[in-house]
Design a protein. Structure first.
Length: 417
């Protein structure tokens, strides 16, 4: 046998041997709330990639946009001493569970794969507890978007999404006059809070948003700017249809698709719905950053709970590595509507909304106008968020004056601080 054929047979052996050696087994029970069309497609990518590596995936979906029901279920599981292997969890919630001593770290994987070098520092910090990675991020979602149906807008002679709230109100009034529902909305507290934070950003800008909804500064919470934010929220209440109460967010997105309403104010998981329904951006739907010239950040990540057994521990390591692999970050985010958490994944296959998101994210980091989402658990504790959501939802569903709303907001936050 000459040298060449020796090499060839070595290669042949390794191609036979390697797959078994690199096939990872491991089992994960994954708790998440991705049950809408676009969400299910995206989490399906994670499941099938994990299974393709030889792992066993036990799916534990808890329906309910924004994840409030999932977080209640998680608490019950942990209290019962039976946590899931991996949980979709984010922002300060990661720290809260880590402080309770409930999380395993995946720092060996993170070090071996040099996650520090490929994640934006702002995101890496959220994923770590006491310097070690306890979470792996799948994406970067942007919350401050307005989605629109161009055909519906054309009915009132409008071709573009408004760029400030006065303009928005003017277009919405025209739509109302034409018998068209201006705003598709689902009256659930987290959706009310989503709209509220987007409006606050548009009225007051990034510094105001940060002072009020991240630093919980009393002066900002009780300011005239906050009164104006509530005024605009009251306006928006007049633009929703009769059936808005309790509606799921993806059904509101469907109203845009079906031409039953003109706009939806929602994060770019809404794009996942449009795409899953075969709709194309720029043609069937428009995406435009909401007023504010900033970027409201929401990143989904998975944490790894303290579980027993080699199989599950291995599953955690394999899942962490898979989540952060460039190929997965591309496939997953193409379905989810978000952009990769890794900074080194090319966006060639992504649409114009994703490219805009990436451009604006980069600009916002440079201009210090990147702000974390309060509504999506990136900014404040669950307790504070709960108080803010209560006030916003009560305001939205009553005749409360803006001044009273602001007063209620400031005192609710003070009470739990
Ligand atoms: C967000 C989450 C998104 C999306 C949305 C609606 O909080 O980050 O991934 O799923 O809820 O369920």
């Amino acid at each position: 046998m000459n040298k060449f054929s020796l090499l060839m047979s070595a290669a042949a052996i390794s191609t036979i041997v390697l797959p078994t050696a690199t096939f990872a087994d491991g089992t994960v029970e994954v708790l998440h709330w991705w049950t809408s069309g676009g969400e299910a497609k995206a989490v399906g990518e994670l499941k099938s990639s994990f299974e393709a590596q030889g792992g066993t995936w036990i799916d534990s979906p808890i329906a309910g946009g924004g994840g409030d029901a999932a977080m209640t279920a998680l608490r019950a599981r942990v209290v019962a001493g039976n946590p899931p292997t991996a949980v979709q969890l984010k922002g300060p919630g990661i720290q809260e569970w880590a402080i309770e001593g409930s999380l395993n770290d995946v720092d060996d994987v993170a070090k071996a794969e040099n996650w520090d070098a490929v994640l934006p520092p702002v995101l890496a910090a959220i994923m770590k507890y006491e310097g070690k990675y306890v979470a792996a991020p799948v994406n970067i979602h942007r919350v401050d978007w307005i989605w629109a149906n161009p055909e519906v807008l054309a009915k009132v002679g409008v071709t573009e999404v408004p760029t400030n709230w006065d303009e928005f109100n003017a277009v919405a009034d025209k739509l109302l006059a034409a018998g068209i529902t201006p705003l598709a909305h689902g009256g659930q507290p987290w959706q009310d809070a989503t709209v509220f934070e987007v409006v606050a950003l548009g009225i007051g800008g990034a510094d105001f948003y940060r002072d009020a909804l991240v630093n919980l500064d009393q002066a900002a919470l009780a300011s005239d700017t906050m009164v104006k934010t509530f005024d605009q929220l009251r306006k928006l209440r007049g633009y929703v249809d009769q059936g808005f109460s309790g509606r799921d967010w993806n059904l509101a997105t469907a109203m845009i698709m079906n031409g039953q309403a003109a706009f939806q104010i929602m994060g770019d998981w809404a794009k996942g719905e449009f795409l899953a329904a075969g709709k194309a951006p720029g043609k069937d739907f428009l995406c435009a950053p909401a007023p504010g010239g900033a970027f409201v950040l929401n990143s989904d990540s998975f944490t790894f709970f303290k579980v027993e057994g080699e199989d599950q521990l291995k599953g955690q390591q394999v899942l962490a590595s898979l989540i952060m692999s460039p190929g997965f970050q591309e496939t997953f985010n193409l379905a989810k509507g978000s952009i990769p958490a890794r900074t080194d994944v090319a966006l060639d296959k992504f649409d114009s909304c994703a490219v805009k998101s990436h451009e604006d994210l980069t600009a916002a980091i440079a201009a210090n106008s990147l702000v974390p989402s309060m509504a999506h658990e990136m900014a404040v504790s669950r307790t504070v968020r709960g108080e803010i959501m209560d006030v916003v939802t009560n305001f939205f569903n009553s005749n409360m004056s803006s001044a009273d709303g602001v007063q209620a907001l400031a005192s609710a936050v003070k009470r739990v601080q």
